[in-house]
Design a protein around this ligand. Structure first.
Ligand code: IMP
Length: 215
């Protein structure tokens, strides 16, 4: 029988997290997450190198989609898995594009592209004075596919939606996402600066703060 330690806060439902599969095929995310997890002694492996296909993201909430992706990767690899789901939430649009950020224009009959998504966003906010919004990211870490206590962490990056694009870096909605505290759009930030302050960075820092519970 497995010995379960109950006196030191260590987690009972899995082995220590030494090797984790990232449930994403995005090379940028792998670089970003791997660097931060390496400092915590965790090796991150891209799911594509283990022949895991992209999972479906059919759910109406970020956390459900992140969990579905993490479970899918854990099930197919037998390893602990980390997944993220993210999007842009705009107050005047009652949280849209939200969980549908990647397909915002497509859902209105347009094409699936950053340019079309941004065009729909700008049109939806025409004449609107409340331009507040935030990028949201949720991370889900499962120790195994049936883990009943996944580690969940979230990050919000507050900003305002511009009417005209600024900057050349980043992707998605970045040219229209303005950070008043930095006086720049996300696309005007050097990639290292964005990666250190973004919704993903905030969520990952929260997750890392909880990892000692797993030791
Ligand atoms: P995913 O969860 O990384 O697949 O992101 C979903 C969608 O949210 C992306 O396709 C973008 O439209 C949007 N998004 C998420 N994070 C960012 C970001 O850092 N910059 C710009 N757009 C983002």
């Amino acid at each position: 029988m497995n010995e379960v330690r109950q006196d030191d806060g260590a987690h009972a439902s899995g082995a220590a997290l030494k090797k984790v599969v990232l449930a994403s095929n995005n090379a940028g995310k792998l670089r970003e997450f791997a660097a931060l997890l390496d400092a915590a002694g965790i090796e991150l492996i891209a799911q594509s190198t283990l022949n895991v296909p992209e999972a479906e993201e059919p759910h109406p909430t970020f956390v459900e989609n992140a969990l579905a992706k993490a479970r899918h990767a854990a099930k197919l690899t037998g390893l602990p898995a980390l997944a993220d789901d993210s999007g842009l939430c705009v107050r005047a649009l009652r949280g849209a594009p939200g969980v549908y950020s990647a397909r915002y224009a497509q859902l209105a009959g347009g094409e699936k592209s950053d340019a079309a998504n941004n065009a729909r966003l700008v049109a939806a906010l025409q004449g609107e004075t409340d331009r507040r919004g935030y990028y949201y990211c949720v991370l889900a870490l499962v120790r195994h596919a049936d883990d009943p206590e996944p580690l969940i962490a979230e990050g919000r990056w507050q900003g305002e939606i511009l009417a005209a694009p600024r900057g050349e870096h980043g992707f998605g909605y970045d040219p229209y996402f303005f950070l008043p505290s930095l006086n720049a759009s996300a696309a005007e930030l050097a990639p290292a600066v964005k990666n250190a302050s973004s919704h993903r960075a905030i969520a990952l820092r929260h997750l890392l703060a909880r990892l000692p519970e797993e030791a």
